[in-house]
Design a protein around this ligand. Structure first.
Ligand code: TRP
Ligand code: ZN
Length: 482
């Protein structure tokens, strides 16, 4: 078990952008400018009462997601050819209007739209930046269920995140590494691309024979005819769009069921197989251990995708089946598996609250280390606290990263985990683990906010925790007391 300091540096290089600093800042300025221009363009000014909003109103990503409806289900029928990089898609989205809608948006970046139907009738549509603006033949009434069919295609281009890292459909030397956090889903399918709108998914992905296409949930069939293989995947529990994947490559596949009954599917790039084997062997033990701490595993399937995508620089907690850009260590598998409870089943309401994902997943690593012969969580806290006031660890308050470019930085991950350790020592182990379980159960398949987590902690413990959270979540700089 590595010491807390080496775990920390592993986190730094594995899960966060490898490109921060100068480049990241430059890209951030460009991205923010682009959003502002789009939001204030004349087309946006013309939004009427019966146009769904072009965004969910998230302060960090104003155009992410859309207003006026909620999705229930995505049916994605995809064909991909790694040789030409051509993606052809047919998306069928089932949704419900939450207001009268003459016009509504989906998020889609790049690609060519060939046709749009609403309730089986051809609809008018235009592209405005990342907004696909759809006007059905007949306006939708408030409360009305409707179906949108979009046929599209082209060579997908990945998104560049505000922090400069690549996100979305990322081409590899043998296929594609498909990771959507925070804004990449729209690079490969039309989506209501904000975690507030969760839906079930079905995937049908056709690739040349010899390639494997891995998505979320349960593999329901796999058929090869005429030199092409079609994989069908079913993700029944609600999922945020950013957690969807359709990763394609030449993979070694293993399938088994854990002793506790969870079907596991792992797809591993042969170049990473030897390095990945020790950590992947721990998947059943990690699922059981986390189920004991956090409550029942929330999904019908589990697994891993270990790709060879060395330029990506991070792993992602794709729902049911985390996606690794290289052979992961055990700590990274513990982290991405913990996200299945914290981030995937319980999703963010606003990207500002990202510590509810990353602080919790990082704290799961601390607990694993503590319970497997390594330093205690308190010792790990202490070694972080020893960092000087000038360290990037203290660059901004845990629950207030300030902008989208900071959502994967150290104060979110490490100071987020420190906040949970402070909570644990304040309320005691019994209350602390009750809080974690109650959080996972109470917001299962839904969303949560920092304010709700604070309220739950106070309710379970019967303590006023205002000062603790004020210091550890909301106050800039290094706290005066550990
Ligand atoms: N959520 C991922 C993790 O902590 C990290 C991540 C996803 C990321 N997308 C990113 C980091 C983009 C940097 C840039 O496991
Ligand atoms: Zn994480």
């Amino acid at each position: 078990m590595p010491a807390a300091t080496s775990r920390a540096s592993a986190t730094g290089s594995r899960r966060r952008s490898v490109r921060s600093g100068f480049l990241g800042t430059a890209v951030t300025l460009l991205a923010v400018t682009a959003v502002t221009v789009t939001a204030e363009s004349p087309a946006m000014a013309a939004i009427g009462a019966d146009r769904g909003a072009p965004g969910q109103g998230d302060p960090y990503f104003p155009l992410a997601g859309n207003g006026g409806y909620t999705t229930g289900h995505y049916d994605l029928d995809l064909a991909y050819d790694p040789a030409t990089r051509q993606l052809d898609g047919a998306a069928r989205i089932t949704a419900r209007a939450t207001q009268e809608l003459r016009t509504f948006d989906l998020d889609l970046s790049g690609l060519t739209v060939r046709g749009v139907r609403v309730n089986a009738r051809a609809a008018r549509w235009t592209r405005q930046g990342q907004e696909l603006v759809i006007t059905p033949r007949q306006a939708l009434r408030k409360g009305e269920g409707f179906r949108v069919d979009i046929s599209y295609g082209g060579v997908p281009e990945n998104i560049t995140d505000p922090d400069g890292s690549a996100d979305g459909w990322i081409t590899t030397d043998d296929g594609a590494f498909v990771a959507g956090e925070p804004l990449g889903a729209m690079s490969w399918f039309p989506a209501d691309d904000h975690p507030l709108d969760k839906a079930s998914y079905a995937f049908r992905i056709t690739v040349p024979a010899g390639y494997t296409a891995v998505a979320n949930g349960v593999l329901t069939s796999q058929r090869t005819t005429g030199g092409r293989t079609t994989f069908r995947w079913n993700q029944a529990e609600p999922m945020a769009a950013y957690l969807a994947t359709a990763t394609i490559g030449k993979f070694d596949v293993q399938q088994y069921t854990t002793a506790s009954g969870i079907p596991v599917y792992t797809a591993v790039d042969p170049r990473e197989a030897a390095g990945a084997a020790p950590a992947l062997a721990q998947i059943p033990a990690i699922l059981d251990w986390e189920s004991t701490l956090f409550g029942p595993y929330p999904f019908a399937a589990a697994g891993a995708i270990v790709d060879h995508a060395p330029d990506v620089g991070y792993a992602l907690e794709t729902q049911t089946r985390p996606l690794y850009d290289r052979a992961p260590d055990v700590g990274t598998v513990v982290h991405e598996t913990a996200h299945q409870w914290f981030g995937d089943s319980v999703s963010l309401t606003s990207w500002q609250d990202i510590w509810l994902n990353e602080g919790f997943a990082t704290y799961a690593e601390w607990l694993w280390t503590e319970q497997h012969g390594g330093p205690t969580a308190q010792a790990q806290f202490d070694s972080y606290y020893a960092r000087p006031a000038t360290s990037s660890l203290w660059a901004f308050p845990t629950a207030d990263p300030g902008q989208g470019a900071n959502i994967f930085a150290s104060p979110v991950y490490d100071r987020g985990a420190m906040t949970l350790q402070k909570l644990r020592t304040a309320v005691g182990d019994a209350h602390f683990f009750t809080i974690l379980k109650a959080w996972a159960r109470g917001h299962r398949y839904g969303n949560g906010t920092t304010a709700q987590f604070v309220a739950l902690s106070e309710k379970v413990s019967g303590k006023d925790l205002g000062a603790l959270f004020h210091t550890w979540l909301w106050t800039a700089g290094k706290p005066a007391q550990p």
